[in-house]
Ligand binder design. Sequence first.
Ligand SMILES: Cc1cc2nc3c(=O)[nH]c(=O)nc-3n(C[C@H](O)[C@H](O)[C@H](O)COP(=O)(O)OP(=O)(O)OC[C@H]3O[C@@H](n4cnc5c(N)ncnc54)[C@H](O)[C@@H]3O)c2cc1C
Length: 578
Amino acid sequence: ALYTAPSQLPNSKKYDYIIVGGGTAGNVIATRLSENASKNVLVIEAGPSNLDFEEAAIPFVCVELSPNTPEDWNYTTVPQPGLNERSINYPRGRLLGGSSSINYMIWNTGSTEDWNRYATVTGDSGWSWNSVQPIIKSIESLVPPADHHDTTGQVIPSLHGTSGPVGISLQGYPSLLDNRTIATTKELPAEFPYNEDMNSGFPLGLGWPQFSVADGTRVSSATAYLEPALNANRSSLDVLINTQVTKLIQTGTSQGAPVILGVQFAQSASGPFYAKNATTEVIVSAGSIGSPQLLMLSGIGDKKALAKFSIKSVVNLPDVGQNMQDHTVLPNAWSINASFTPDDIARNATLFDEVLTQWATTQTGQFATPPATNIGWFRIPNDSSIYKTTKDPSPGPNSPHYEFIFAVFDSFAEPEPTSGHYMIISTNLFSPTSRGSVTLASTNPFDFPLIDPALLDSAFDIFTITEAVKAAQRFMAAPAWDGFQLGQYGDFAGVTSDAAIEQYARNSAATVFHPAGTAYMSPYNAPHGVTNPDLTVKGTKGLRVVDASIFPYIPSMHPQGFVYVVAERVARLIEARQ
Ligand SMILES: Cc1cc2nc3c(=O)[nH]c(=O)nc-3n(C[C@H](O)[C@H](O)[C@H](O)COP(=O)(O)OP(=O)(O)OC[C@H]3O[C@@H](n4cnc5c(N)ncnc54)[C@H](O)[C@@H]3O)c2cc1C
């Protein structure tokens, strides 16, 4: 059942599993574990229901769901040296489905080398590409795009699942850029080859992304997993929303290790505070910011750092909150020779209502598809000068250093122009060497922690994003764009030299919203890391962390698909033990 206040929870019910955070990973695990009718599962989610936000279901308006909205935590970073000391917005979903309810829906499942590196650095072959293939297929359900166009040559259906909970589809409405983008892969195939399916394990090249969209509607872990179970009145699954877990509580000691089966929770800093114990496990799925914050508040973290806040150490794990990695976005705008782009919809209330009504009645039209059109994945050249000082940080030669995302409007660039027509190529850094951190700002769980993703904070990162911008400029100089692109626009106008690109990047870049690594997994018995390969927390009993924080290296593509895989795998590990 769904509860909106702690006082509504059935008093006598015992929960085998308590899951902190009804986000991307949390809902997958909760739904899987509660399939066993004899196991009771309680999910505690800080935010409200995703159903409270109708707009969250509309793919195209995803860019309006954050920052500074009720469905976002509304974090900001500490000043970023790599971004000329700017503090930037740092969105995270705060509603059922978590970030999968507000993200941009790009669906990637990784390069072979991403997963094989996880297997190597954890010593667990269960994380290898071959091992996760059946899991990926079991999650996905490839469905037709909203406009039912012929997708031959745009996706390889045999690579995908057809009956999993997460519906995925290609772009559901054509864009002005499509023909030109694909034509460029034919004009400049050496640098920008076409890739028929970037989710084959070999993502390099440019092609058509899949999105977590089905029937013209967003698919999140709330819609794909939790809702069907709640709608079926599954008695083994309870979900408590609008309630934040404020502390994990040690309930005993086993073989010298603290047993952590208790959670404390409240709806506001002034309380009242409630507590509950799980009988088998507490699973923390509060995301890359929330999970390390909660661990540290509970005495699980760097003993010395916690002592400064007079927090008693339960387990000394110095890597909690460290090793933070994120991808950097840099939207580059060009003016285009077009008479109509989706910007016109935002500028005209009547038209906006028409497009919205079309979506509401038939889930078709411009709003039925996310803003990204094509995506490309590329590497810096093997003879790049940066390799004299930096080892290649990518997972391997078949994995990208940077990404192009194409979008035919300007809403990513600031300030939003009130007239004219534009396109964007976002040149995004996907192989950062920078490492940041999440640390406590206070002992109040309702205060935000200090978030430092360290964007563009290394020579490699700034080198690579500069190379990416130059590559985008070469792309736009291809004949396919003659007469269509009218020159770089806005802050990007006139930016050509390496030095100018670097300054432009430092002034304009932000996050692709992919924080990872703050509770990273390492081999059993390793002195470093936070979680074991099965995602149990080192030095504890009864406690796991399962979300994007567990990646030792940030995925080299968009991470939501990876998070679903991690959650499904751990649910299977737990079920196998029952
Ligand atoms: C704006 C945006 C766009 C993105 N676009 C894409 C994209 O196009 N493709 C892609 O692959 N990825 C994208 N991502 C990233 C992707 O969505 C995330 O990496 C992924 O969803 C993270 O899953 P998670 O389970 O780690 O955390 P989340 O899904 O964020 O879940 C954490 C949950 O825990 C809750 N919580 C936190 N603390 C507590 C607490 N103390 N008590 C109770 N509950 C708590 C939160 O409210 C949240 O519901 C985007 C993210 C954002 C924010």
